[in-house]
Design a protein around this ligand. Structure first.
Ligand code: ATP
Length: 377
């Protein structure tokens, strides 16, 4: 079922600001969300993502700035007059009405035509055709969330806002629902704006993620872009895990930036170097860090370092996660897939460490090395 968005009607936030009495929750946010895309606002608790969503829904009035849908300004429009619907974490279904009537509610109130037919199509979309005559308390959490989704979508909003919609579900169900909601979004083709503090959830579902920190957007891009080429330590730590190693730029060329990293010269591709001079953090993801017992070959040209010692080995099934203490005292993480190609390296083994230069990135030293690392779940 396509409810496809008019591609010219992007959602635009311009210098959007929300001040509470003593606190600025959202600071001059500029954001354009293309029509028909799945967009995630990702950030830790208190970063301002719910406040942003509430302003789009019309539940909070901005202190300044504007909100447009296509050419229409909706900054001060009443919530019910906006072509926007919200799905919250608590499903807020009517317990005394059956599923069919819950979904039909908005249409009946507006005296719409073909209500039963539309409800049936919508229940089919969320794969609940067989549950139509049950009451909400008889359904599982995931099913209730799908009813909430159907109830919002049947109003044919241009933009669907999802505020931590899976927060109440257990982990396994969450994973299933992430894929399910993504499928529904692709099928209906509407703009979805999803607020979450769960980086894996954002990466699984969204076409584009905006990482928020302290009321501002720290970086925006596709999940792969943000993961492979973060611009700040906050993003590098908040999305997945990173090794961040202190270094100093020795030469900034147009293609490659050279960094003195604890006595080793490492090269960083210029488009991944977010510092051109002075100190910085050389970043490398743990799964890109290869290790081998001292003297054995490693399949990664460049950046070859000796003198590591394995200090911790965690076998987690699909991979083995090593901690390797380097000569300068820092422990690096190295995650290796358990392909069976080689045995597990024991704690205490001396190892060489290497990574392909094209995988590393260079971040400003101005931000704390641990920014974004403490993630609640
Ligand atoms: P969470 O995931 O915990 O909901 P969030 O990123 O969605 O976090 P917001 O709910 O947008 O964060 O809140 C941003 C900041 O604004 C927080 O520090 C919060 O305490 C503050 N805040 C939110 N609502 C109000 C209010 N009505 N009065 C004062 N401060 C508020």
């Amino acid at each position: 079922m396509s409810l496809a968005a008019d591609s010219s009607r992007s959602l635009r936030l311009t210098a959007l600001t929300k001040e509470f009495s003593t606190f600025t929750a959202v600071k001059a946010l500029d954001l354009e969300i293309p029509a028909g895309k799945f967009f995630a606002l990702l950030g830790p608790s208190g970063c301002g993502k719910t406040t942003t969503l509430r302003m789009v829904a019309g539940l909070d009035v901005p202190t300044s700035g504007t909100i447009h849908l296509g050419d229409d300004e909706i900054t001060y429009e009443k919530p019910y007059r906006r072509p926007v619907n919200t799905v919250f974490q608590n499903y807020a279904l009517f317990p005394h009405l059956d599923i069919h009537e819950n979904v039909a509610f908005g249409l009946r109130r507006r005296k719409a035509k073909d209500v039963d037919e539309q409800v049936r199509a919508m229940l089919e979309l969320v794969e609940l055709e067989g549950q139509a005559r049950k009451k909400p308390p008889m359904l599982s959490g995931g099913q209730q969330q799908r009813v909430a989704l159907a109830r919002a979508l049947i109003n044919r909003p241009e933009v669907l806002l999802l505020d931590e919609p899976l927060g109440a579900l257990d982990l396994k169900l969450r994973r299933g629902m992430q894929i399910e909601i993504k499928r529904i979004q692709t099928e209906v083709g509407l703009t979805f704006v999803h607020v979450t503090h769960d980086q894996e959830e954002a990466m699984t579902m969204a076409d584009t993620i905006a990482v928020m920190n302290g009321g501002e957007i720290e970086q925006m891009g596709s999940p792969a872009e943000l993961y492979e080429n973060p611009r700040t330590t906050f993003v590098a730590n908040f999305l997945g895990q990173s090794n961040l190693i202190a270094g100093t730029v020795s030469n900034a060329g147009s293609d490659v930036v050279k960094v003195d990293m604890q006595g080793t010269q490492v090269s960083i591709a210029a488009d991944r170097a977010h510092v051109q001079s002075g100190p910085g953090w050389v970043g490398i993801r743990p799964e890109k860090v290869l290790i081998a017992p001292e003297g054995e070959p490693i399949d990664a040209p460049g950046n070859h370092m000796q003198g590591g010692v394995v200090t911790d080995v965690s076998f987690v099934g699909v991979s083995t996660q090593y901690l390797v203490r380097m000569p300068w005292g820092q422990e690096l993480m190295s995650f290796e897939q358990n392909t069976g190609a080689r045995g597990i390296i024991a704690r205490g083994t001396k190892v060489d460490v290497s990574w392909r230069p094209e995988f590393s990135f260079l971040l400003p030293a101005s931000q704390d090395v641990n920014a974004g690392a403490v993630e609640e779940s």
